[in-house]
Design a binder for this molecule. Structure first.
Ligand code: PHE
Length: 355
């Protein structure tokens, strides 16, 4: 205890110096004041306690004055440290309050807002065009029977056209009315719609379809189609052509022309591939493979066998159907280089406005 002050005056001088020093550092917190209290008032090694211990060294006639001086000092220390403690407690409370406070000058945190998937945007745009032509939207199951997906649509069980749309069979597969598979196109919804009602029929059938396909930038075992079907008395190929042309102009812009080329689908006769003139270039570009045309759908006049399978008299009614890939159109419109981007749900891709 050699560092203990020798006299009350010396101790008071030390107290003044220490408190001035603490004040100089500013912003004392309760823990700092506690330290000071231990140092000055601690029962074992506190400065005041040490000073009092000197009482025995003080000459007899000075003991009373020394004791009174130490007591006075003790009260002063207590009062000053209590005052500091009150300040420190208030300061700590103010800081805690400030930490909780809202800084109204900060820019607002914008909550993440969901956006429509590009496929949804394109599907709705296509639907919008056909709503204007009087179509309604029909839905059907993704797990289909062989009958609706193939046989009723004029794909006989051993027809080679089945090979081009090899699929995933559910529970053993096979052919016939009960065999289950993942639908390879949305055309089975045509059949279900025709069975459920009489002409006139004008429906759009959007949905997810499955094919046993490679996975690469242009292929995926799952993708999306939009099928259209019209059945009524007196429907001709001219109606089909006019409808596709109106769709192309409305969807791709007034300059868009359609080109039809013969092809084969079992459920239409005649069947056509429909291409739209490239709206992205004047003289040829990568999107149209420098041909000026972009193939976007298959179409044709509904085969009489298909109408008959649905219980509709093919002598009285005729119709047309068309089908396009929603994914392919989204890729074309937005220059999306890889089909898989549409299915990976990467927000860096999705968090754009696909309007
Ligand atoms: N369903 C056909 C396909 O998936 C497309 C199509 C629909 C063709 C309607 C003609 C008529 O390829």
């Amino acid at each position: 205890m050699s560092s203990a002050p020798f006299s009350v005056e010396e101790a008071r001088g030390l107290l003044d110096a220490e408190l001035a020093d603490a004040a100089g550092r500013g912003g004392l917190l309760p823990a700092d004041v506690h330290e000071l209290k231990v140092r000055w008032l601690g029962k074992k090694q506190g400065v005041v306690t040490a000073l009092l211990a000197r009482l025995k060294e003080v000459p007899k006639e000075e003991k009373a004055a020394f004791g009174a001086g130490v007591n006075a000092l003790k009260q002063e220390v207590e009062a000053r440290l209590d005052a500091l403690e009150a300040e420190a407690t208030a300061r700590a409370a103010a800081r805690a309050e400030a930490a909780k406070a809202v800084d109204v000058t900060l820019p607002p945190r914008v909550p993440p807002v969901g956006r429509l998937h590009p496929l949804t945007v394109v599907r709705r745009r296509i639907e919008h065009v056909f709503h204007g032509l009087g179509y309604e939207v029909a839905d059907g199951p993704e797990i289909e029977t062989d009958w609706y997906n193939f046989e009723s649509l004029n794909f006989a069980p051993d027809h080679p056209a089945r090979d081009s749309v090899d699929t995933f069979f559910v529970e053993g597969g096979g052919t016939g009315r009960d065999a289950l598979l993942l639908r390879t196109h949305t055309s089975p919804v045509q059949m279900r719609t025709m069975e459920g009602r009489r002409p006139p029929i004008r429906v759009l059938c959007p949905g997810r379809v499955y094919r046993k396909d490679d996975i690469d930038p242009r292929h995926s075992p799952v993708f999306h189609q939009m099928e259209g079907l019209v059945v009524d008395e007196g429907i001709t190929f001219a109606h089909l052509r006019g409808t596709l042309s109106a769709f192309a102009k409305s969807f791709f812009g007034g300059r868009a022309e359609v080109r039809l080329a013969p092809t084969f689908f079992p459920f239409v006769e005649p069947g056509v591939d429909c291409a739209v003139s490239c709206v992205f270039c004047e003289t040829g570009c990568r999107i149209c493979s420098y041909s000026g045309w972009i193939e976007i759908m298959g179409a044709g006049m509904v085969h009489p066998n298909v109408l008959a399978n649905a219980g509709i008299d093919p002598e009285r009614f005729t119709g047309f159907a068309f089908g396009m890939g929603i994914d392919r159109i989204a890729m074309l419109l937005h220059g999306i280089p890889d089909l898989r981007l549409l299915f990976e749900n990467d927000v860096r891709f999705l968090d754009r406005t696909w309007g």
